[in-house]
Design a protein around this ligand. Structure first.
Ligand SMILES: Nc1ncnc2c1ncn2[C@@H]1O[C@H](COP(=O)(O)OP(=O)(O)OP(=O)(O)O)[C@@H](O)[C@H]1O
Ligand SMILES: [Mg+2]
Length: 289
């Protein structure tokens, strides 16, 4: 059995959201029997799982004293991958869970506060000699700070080439125990999660030297696609699905059309403005007015 631990000392970075989403995606993609372990006394993941009707992934709530026993039980039950959610801030607790990790995922919001906090989490992983992957979470589409955060994080370790954007459907889908892939399959959010899992599965298989874990699809394209502007296709469909859960009014009829037209116009303008590189003949580059 392999163990993925979601850890970050910074509260609210996305540990619980990503643990739940990745475990569901792992089970859906046929990576074997998957279990979630909630070691956070807040119990957010437990609340989510209790609201869930699907039988997979399996779930265990474990305190630190019984974590080892819980892991052994899952191993004996034939679980292939355990995904463990951890509490924020409590260094000692995080450290004791990270001790069992094959891979540590550190969700990080692209904000100065989150970036400042990563050092402490990285220290814990390093003390245990555990590989770390940063996942940039809740990024704003096309914001410059996202790329800058990736560069800053890369000074500390590997950064996942799949960025999870800030979308209300990540929060809303979890209200009734589901994930974005289950509420709005085919959405941009669902694609981000399936791409992220593909990447993590590939990395994990290399870290633990288990070729049987290698995903069938090569995640080679991910680094390039994450540099491109995020696709907002399906945004309105997502909004509709989310509204069904959290009762947000969704634009209908002429209002919806107007919003769509506005978006198409804005995207066209953004495309015109987008400059990927300057030519030698470009007057601005050569200081010619
Ligand atoms: N990509 C995202 N887009 C929008 N909302 C998000 C995203 N990721 C997380 N959230 C929301 O941010 C809040 C914090 O997320 P989450 O509970 O997963 O963080 P956490 O690291 O587990 O927090 P804690 O440290 O308190 O355990 C939640 O309300 C969640 O729904
Ligand atoms: Mg949490």
């Amino acid at each position: 059995m392999y163990t993925i631990v979601a850890a970050s000392q910074k509260g609210g970075s996305g540990k619980t959201t990503l643990s739940g989403h990745l475990a569901v995606e792992a089970a859906r993609s046929g990576a074997g029997e998957i279990a979630l372990i909630d070691t956070d006394p807040q119990g957010s993941l437990a609340h989510w799982w209790n609201a869930r009707s699907a039988p997979v992934p399996h779930f265990v709530k474990a305190g630190l004293p019984d974590l080892e026993q819980a892991l052994e039980g899952l191993r004996l039950a034939g679980i292939k991958i355990a995904v463990i959610d951890t509490p924020p801030a409590i260094t000692q607790s995080i450290s004791r869970v990270v001790a069992h990790a094959d891979l540590v995922l550190v969700p990080t919001r692209p904000s100065p506060h989150d970036l400042r906090a990563v050092g402490a989490t990285v220290d814990i992983a390093e003390r245990h000699g555990k590989p770390v992957i940063f996942v940039i979470n809740a990024a704003t589409a096309r914001a410059r700070i996202t790329g800058e955060s990736a560069v800053a994080l890369s000074q500390h370790g590997t950064v996942a080439p799949v960025i999870i954007h800030h979308r209300v459907d990540f929060a809303a889908s979890m209200i009734d125990g589901r994930t974005v892939g289950e509420v709005v399959p085919g959405s941009a959010s669902a694609k981000e999660i399936s791409d992220l899992w593909l990447y993590i599965q590939d990395r994990l298989s290399r870290i633990v030297h288990d070729p049987a874990l290698l995903p069938e699809i090569k995640p080679g394209h991910l680094a390039i696609s994450s540099l491109l502007p995020s696709e907002d296709e399906g945004t309105l469909e997502i909004a509709a699905a989310v509204a069904a859960v959290v009762e947000i009014p969704v634009l209908e009829g002429p209002e919806r059309r107007a919003a769509l037209e506005r978006r198409v116009l804005l995207e066209a303008r953004a495309h015109e403005r987008r400059v990927f590189g300057r030519r030698a003949t470009d007057p601005v580059q050569w200081g010619i007015k």
